[in-house]
Write a protein that binds this ligand. Structure first.
Ligand code: ADP
Ligand code: MG
Length: 251
């Protein structure tokens, strides 16, 4: 069981302030949604969380490990799905997943079992010997998700896991996320899709221009935004971000 603690996190890219003094606590086993328009800073936050980028200042702890001071131990806990996963297109699905599993130190028999089970549940069984490069976008995303979870991570960091997928693939990816979270995995997922946030996340942080505008479950966000108790998250989101005097990006 791993909780995530982010304290006073700031990230500058040259003169651009991509993240501005962000503090968040994500409980062990919680599904936490990071919701914001393009350019809000979601990917930057997730990349820092998984140790790909260094913060300009601030601290991030995953359980007992600080991601900057103890990256190897912290990274063992994490399964990360990047915004644009890079897969080895010249390997077959099976070769690719075996490769990732071995790098992650998964034992051979356990790895075979995990791969077979995951390919079956995603309906990708007959693609096991196809080159990854020949798979459709949706299939590639499923392979990337399997690769993310082969080592049974305690923390899942998913950067826009459902963006640009067809409806059928979206359903199976949503089911997959639901299954992972039932295992008690601490999950943080970013999205600009309000439905995704509303379906999966217990709590949601609305992020805009590198700042957390609001955090809470959908009901408390509705109260914060002074919207009706049945208001769609979309309306809540627009209210909360408009108060800053700027129009959020539309999709
Ligand atoms: P989101 O994932 O919410 O769309 P990002 O974290 O990708 O937002 O980007 C936040 C801001 O930081 C944007 O203004 C983006 O252009 C900028 N940015 C992201 N990555 C870099 C980088 N490597 N170098 C310079 N600026 C960047
Ligand atoms: Mg992004």
């Amino acid at each position: 069981m791993v909780e995530i603690s982010i304290q006073n996190l700031t990230k500058h890219y040259a003169t651009l302030v991509a993240l501005d003094n962000i503090s968040l606590k994500i409980d062990s086993g919680e599904v936490f949604g990071l919701l914001g328009p393009n350019g809000a800073g979601k990917s930057t936050l997730l990349k820092i969380l998984v140790g790909i980028l260094r913060p300009t200042s601030g601290t991030i702890r995953l359980g007992e490990y600080d991601i900057v001071a103890d990256p190897e131990k912290a990274k063992k806990l994490i399964g990360y799905l990047p915004e644009n996963p890079s897969l080895y297109t010249g390997l077959t699905t099976l070769e690719f997943l075996q490769f990732v599993g071995k790098i992650r130190g998964v034992q051979d028999d356990l790895l075979d079992h995990e791969i077979s089970g995951s390919l079956k549940s995603f309906g990708l069984d007959e693609k096991r010997n196809s080159l990854v490069g020949s798979l459709s976008k949706g299939m590639k995303q499923k392979v990337a998700l399997i690769a993310t979870s082969l080592h049974s991570p305690e923390v899942l960091v998913l950067d826009e896991p459902l963006t640009a997928l067809d409806p059928k693939t979206r359903v199976s990816v949503k089911d997959w996320i639901g299954g992972q979270t039932k295992r008690g995995v601490t999950t943080i997922l970013s999205t600009h899709d309000l439905d995704v946030a509303q379906t999966h996340a217990g709590r949601i942080a609305i992020i805009d221009h590198g700042k957390i505008v609001a955090v809470g479950d959908v009901e408390s966000l509705r109260r914060l935004a002074n919207t009706a108790s049945d208001a769609r998250l979309e309306e809540v989101f627009l209210r909360l971000t408009e108060e800053k005097g700027e129009e959020p990006a539309r999709h």
